[in-house]
Design a protein around this ligand. Structure first.
Ligand code: FES
Ligand SMILES: [Fe+2]
Length: 349
């Protein structure tokens, strides 16, 4: 099940440096993402129009992306500018064109506009979703890390899991989820403009059993430096937001001490989803704390993976017949309502 005519994040910007090409598996099709020497980014079908070789196995040079089979060279707009075996006086056929998808970059990610019917015209594509707040790359008040992990689950199940907080005390009982389930009902919740948001209070003392030496308080209070601890009666908040088609942002805020996890849930095919994550923390900004932070993200992602991969039906039934959703599933209900409206508008296939 694909949501069409929507922006999707498909890769970390950092994964495609200038002069490189890599394969993208997206909704069951193969593409090549490549960046010219001048930094221009392109996403094209991974099939050379000549004899169908894989362009993602090609090379990027002065003349663009060169196919590995006969060296046809494609420009950033997909147009073939050179057929090495032919005399340059011979015309290059108009159909010698790699099929290109509109792409953009924002918040450290590469985005594509997905419209398999190709009815959208490049000029009037809607703007990218305004995802955030996310620290700028050069903001010295934050430390950023990124990574990826692939799960055997449908992308909509994965997207929902990142907005499903009531699972935390059960799935994440061994990590950050040491909290009471009834404290996870949002104090604010809305759904509009292809986005779903909720805010949850996270009072530190009564509801976090962080004195067990785990959970968020343990994370915030680690280190000997008094200035890096937060007074124990400070309350915190979590802000969780999704943007269609496939981005989530979880922000945990205890005053100046903040952690954010921005994740894109890339539909590889109907049964696999690649999670591309970016972690930001406003404390313990030394690179020495990176391996600890990475270990924490890896651990709770693995906790989610273990459960989300077991969900059946594989694809959530938007009409609710497959699952039994109740009032505490408020954000899942809001997301499915939004997706039903997309389906009714003919945007699912
Ligand atoms: S198949 Fe690509 S150049 Fe021949
Ligand atoms: Fe989770």
């Amino acid at each position: 099940m694909q949501l069409t005519r929507s922006w999707y994040v498909v890769e970390h910007s950092s994964a495609v440096p200038a002069g490189s090409v890599r394969r993208l598996d997206f909704h069951g099709q193969a593409f090549a993402i490549w960046r010219a020497l001048d930094g221009t980014l392109s996403v094209v079908s991974d099939r050379c129009p000549h004899k169908g070789a894989s362009l993602s196995a090609g090379r990027v040079g002065e003349e663009g992306l060169a196919c590995p089979y006969h060296g046809w060279c494609f420009q950033s707009d997909g147009h073939c500018a050179k057929i090495p075996a032919q005399d340059s006086a011979q015309a290059i056929p108009r159909r010698a064109q790699a099929f290109s998808l509109p792409c953009r970059e924002s918040v450290g990610f590469i985005w594509i506009w997905w419209d398999p019917s190709a009815e959208s015209s490049a000029e009037d594509l809607p703007p990218l979703p305004t995802v955030g707040p996310v620290p700028e790359d050069d903001d010295r008040g934050w430390r950023a890390l990124e990574g990826s992990v692939e799960w055997n689950a449908h992308w909509l199940r994965v997207l929902e899991a990142f907005m499903d907080l009531t699972h935390a005390p059960f799935v994440h009982s061994g990590s950050f989820g040491a909290m009471a389930p009834d404290q996870l009902m949002p104090v604010e919740q809305w759904a509009k403009d292809d986005s779903v948001y909720e805010r949850v209070l996270a009072p530190r003392d009564r509801h976090y059993r962080a004195d067990q030496g785990r959970g968020l308080r343990a994370w915030f209070n680690q280190g000997d430096d008094q200035s890096s601890s937060v007074s124990s009666d400070d309350g915190g908040e979590q802000h969780i937001q999704l943007w269609l088609a496939n981005v989530s942002l979880v922000r945990v805020v205890f005053g100046d001490f903040q952690i954010s996890l921005l994740t894109a849930h890339v539909p590889v095919d109907g049964t696999k989803t690649r999670n591309l994550w970016r972690h930001f923390r406003s404390f313990l900004r030394s690179p020495l704390a990176d391996s600890n932070a990475r270990g924490r993200v890896d651990r709770f992602m693995a906790e989610d993976q273990g459960t989300v991969e077991t969900l059946r039906p594989l694809i959530p039934d938007l009409d609710g017949h497959g699952d039994l959703l109740v009032a505490s599933d408020v954000s899942t209900l809001a997301l499915r309502r939004m997706l039903r409206e997309k389906r009714d508008a003919g945007l699912f296939r």
